[in-house]
Design a protein around this ligand. Sequence first.
Ligand code: ADP
Ligand code: MG
Length: 695
Amino acid sequence: MNWYRQSIRYLQGIGEKRAVALEKAGISFVEDLLTYFPRKYLDRSQISKIRQLRIGQNATVVGQVVDFRLFPGRRPRFVLRLADETGELNCVWFHGANYMKNVFQIGEVLAVHGKVRFFRGYQISHPEYDRLGTGKESESLHTGKIIPLYPSSKQLSEVNLDSRGFRRLLWSLLGDYSRQIEENLPPKVIAQYKLLSRRAALNAVHFPDSMEQLQDAQRRLKFEELFFLELMMAYRRLRWRRPEKGIAFERVGERTRHLVERLPFQLTEGQKQVLREIVADMKKPIPMNRLLQGDVGSGKTVVALVSMLIAVENGYQAALMAPTEILAEQHYLTFHHFLEGLGVRVALLIGNQSKKQRQEILEGIAHGKIEVVVGTHALIQEGVNFPKLGLVVIDEQHRFGVMQRAELCQKGYHPNVLVMTATPIPRTLSLTIYGDLDISILDEKPAERATIRTTWRFEDKRDDIYLFVRQQVLQGQQAYVVFPLVEKSEKMDLLAATESFEKLRTSIFKDIPMALLHGRLRSDEKEKIMNEFKAGNIKILVSTTVIEVGIDVPNATIMVIEHAERFGLTQLHQLRGRVGRGLQKSYCILIAKKPLATEAWKRLETMVRTNDGFKIAEVDLQLRGPGEFFGVRQHGLPNLKIADIISDSKILLEARRAAFELVESDPALKSDEHQAVRNYFLEHYQEKMELGKVA
Ligand code: ADP
Ligand code: MG
């Protein structure tokens, strides 16, 4: 077995207790420990001497603990005196003072960081601090100028693996193993991108001699991490690309032209461009695997419609899967409207249809009579058999997992695939996450759109808000009122929505036709309500988030969102996207309940400030972090230890190019100089490749 796959249990200084704590933290092998990277570094040249401190300065001070004391009372306070050779500094804690008294030892060396104030001498309150060890040890461990600080946890600290403990452990580990660390990137890549060797980088990232060296080390390790990630993407794509397998659509003919002529509007330049990209893909004998990204309301549906007709013209079937019944129903109506006139048979397949109805549809599909099928998850159930499935479209793809996508594709033989999403993400990011997909971006909205005015208010303004809604409705507008509904508290949420609906219906809106829509209703009830709303017979639609995605009723111009503080930013933006679809000026009014958490406040403010899906996605990304935002697991991506796909996008692009070039030049990684890459890849990524297979 390779040395780096050795269990940490054989290492010096690791007994049973430590081993258990480390393994719980995900560190089982020597390699995990070597890649347990410092969370930050203390540069000795940035350390201030106490005598030279200035009031108001943000300073880092290293000194010895000379004394500490807890001052009890109504507001207890913990004061610690720290000394260097030039003077003394007081560190003060008000919060958690009782706890702090057990943390430190007299004589140990601390690094503290914070804003310097003057109160009976220099003082920092609530400093960030790191324990560097006792006097002698802290000196001997680091001859270097830069001290690495490691992340730790309560469990790890209990076995003395705080920052200091890790420093010791890694120091001795590198002493023993450093010479065995081998290169895992191709020599050509190392040379071309001027990278440090793996050995030098791992040494320097833990114990750097200078900040420059540290940066080089970090760049190398980030590059490596992203390189292997992209290598995985390159292989996934290769699998898609195996030429002999796909379907080549030769014709883009009469019926397609007729359809475009029958549309009530001109296609935008953006839509035409995207369609050209799709047509080019579909003409190739390689299956299309394309992501269409476009903000809410940018007009993705019609792109799907045209693409599906092309499949039909070439003698194939096409299927579109949407996340909700209401949306599937809407798409069905649209498609039916435009396609039946052209002699195309369109069907809707959802969960709640009668047995007889379902049977008829399934037979129609199985005999190839039904050419276009629009549906929900019901499409991927057993018994749905397409003899000639040539195109699969997934709408609002972020609502589905890779598995579901794959299941629908497996209903055909390497069909063309178009996935659509309104969650816009920066291009470099989509490259990583959807690295195996080609990407089309719809970045312009149909020109003639009214603006949406967004505001947020606390609940005490609710009466005024509904009065405004009433006035607008009396002038002919239609409105949505949305209530949150989350799985955890589904019953309560539904009850709250129902009660509020009743209250509105019997008071302020008593003379206005309205309806309540939620996921628990029967399909035909939902259908009826949506149709009435579309027809303008229902003026106010009170709803749970079932209308979140896709719904398109251009005459609706008011969106009121209750408990807006409970919604995520992307969700709010999606909901807002239900209005502003026509020429009339539209309003989005967010009602929030006190007390408002800072993050919720930021979300509401962001909504008011911008209607640009890209900007909103960026803020959402910042607030939630990439893992949450993308549902990392859903995409089968490995966790990144050192690289950050947002801030390291430049390195990401380089690593991507290098990885793709490698796969192009030596797909089986056969040549001698690629053996190290091959071995490393197989050892670390094989499993994830298997998962990728279904994507
Ligand atoms: P989304 O990208 O959010 O799925 P839709 O496809 O639902 O957007 O389109 C939003 C609205 O814009 C629909 O009412 C649609 O009919 C209309 N639309 C689409 N393309 C155009 C166009 N080129 N010009 C004018 N309106 C358009
Ligand atoms: Mg849509």
